[in-house]
Design a protein around this ligand. Structure first.
Ligand code: PLP
Length: 386
């Protein structure tokens, strides 16, 4: 399928079609497509007057959200637990995956704090070590990580962001996953900066647990996201934080007093209900848009936009490209270091080009509905043009 950017903008992002803003800040907070906005309005109205809610507005909504999230990453819905943010999934991993006193959970410097603090807390509680390898320049040192996995028997788990929130570096998950699997080491991935911008087949990547907030690249409301748990691992993991619907015993809401702490066989054992039905209905709409467009088609456009930035820096050596040039090692986050970052950011702001400054870099994070022209204009401004 080919992507009709003009039609998508008109239907789903009319403010972009009107040229109100150039939004290149999907690594912060993604906009909501029109279909999602409509869902929030319709479902929200019923929520305000709950006598209008029907059975389909409750748990079937969560089923739909799980099914679509699963389809997006080539998983089965049984492997998906809905979550209110990425951190919820990091905590599930840190508190339920197997490791003990003296063991090491390996990570890297440069991680977003959501993938750091839960590990510090959980490893401390178990007498284990959370080890962050030094960066090689700006980027995670993948070779050092693979070497450590092969040589240090204390390492029991690896926890990384698939895509770095600031450098845009994308881990080679296939290589990392294979190395971990060969040594019986589990792999946790924070995928919030990747899914939506790049295709992912989570099974092929040998990931054990993955967490993804949907508020950025999945163009969904705050408070939505999901966690994937490898099917044959689910039943080995005891939920640390336990919801009242993590058990099949409570499926019948008219009879809740037969307490039976037998968890769901599927990943719902990790859900902490009540979840926000309005916003998960909205997330299902947004993820549905990706499934309609095609995750591969969306990813190809993101890549084309990022390629533009890479080519631009090759022609403008004064602008340092912090993100890897190799398209297989980046996603939608492009980090640039012009000589004067603050001035470049001011020029972008002046042109209503929404972006971020992170760790001393201008961060441009375009999505599949952005145009090459928007990207080119932004790059010219980073370089000093008007
Ligand atoms: C890599 C990464 N992980 C996690 C988060 C956010 O975590 P949460 O969804 O728990 O707010 C962000 C950005 O805010 C991020 O860039």
């Amino acid at each position: 399928m080919t992507l009709d950017v003009t039609a998508i903008r008109e239907q789903e992002f009319p403010w972009a079609a009107r040229g109100e803003a150039v939004f290149l800040d999907h690594a912060s907070t993604g906009p909501l497509p029109e279909r999602t906005r409509r869902m929030i309005a319709e479902h929200g109205l019923k929520r305000a007057e709950p006598f209008r809610l029907r059975a389909d507005d409750f748990f079937p909504v969560l089923d739909r959200a799980r099914e679509r999230a699963a389809a997006l990453i080539s998983a089965r819905p049984e492997s998906i637990a809905l979550a209110t943010n990425t951190s919820h999934g990091v905590n599930i991993a840190a508190r339920t995956l197997p490791y003990g006193a003296g063991d090491v959970v390996l990570s890297t410097q440069g991680e977003f704090p959501a993938n750091v603090y839960p590990w510090i807390a959980a490893t401390r509680a178990r007498g284990a070590e959370f080890r962050m390898l030094p960066l090689a320049g700006y980027l995670p040192d993948e070779e050092a990580m693979l070497r450590a996995i092969e040589t240090d028997p204390r390492i029991k788990g690896v926890a990384v962001s698939w895509v770095s929130y600031w450098s845009g570096h994308r881990f080679d998950l296939a290589a990392l996953g294979a190395a971990c699997r060969a040594r019986g080491i589990w792999l946790f991935v924070d995928a919030i900066q990747g899914i939506g911008a790049v295709e992912l087949d989570v099974t092929r990547a040998n990931v054990d647990v993955l967490s993804c907030g949907a508020q950025k690249w999945l163009l969904s409301p705050w408070g939505t996201g999901f966690v994937y748990v490898r099917p044959d691992l689910i039943q080995a993991l005891e939920p640390a934080e336990v919801g009242w619907m993590a058990q099949p015993a409570n499926a019948d809401l008219t009879s809740l007093l037969e307490y039976d702490p037998k968890w769901h066989d599927d990943a719902r054992r990790f859900e902490v209900v009540t979840l926000d039905f309005v916003h998960f209905a909205a997330m299902a709409e947004s993820v549905g848009l990706f499934l309609e467009v095609g995750p591969d088609v969306a990813a190809a456009q993101v890549r084309a936009l990022a390629d533009r930035a890479v080519a631009f820096t090759q022609a403008h050596p004064a602008i340092e490209l912090v993100t890897p040039a190799d398209p297989n090692r980046r996603a939608g986050v492009i980090a640039l270091k012009p000589p004067d970052v603050a001035a470049a950011s001011e020029r972008l702001k002046g042109a209503r080009i929404f972006h971020s400054v992170r760790e001393g870099c201008v961060r441009l994070a375009p999505h599949f509905y952005n145009t090459l022209d928007e990207m080119d204009r932004s790059l010219e401004l980073v370089a000093g043009g008007r």
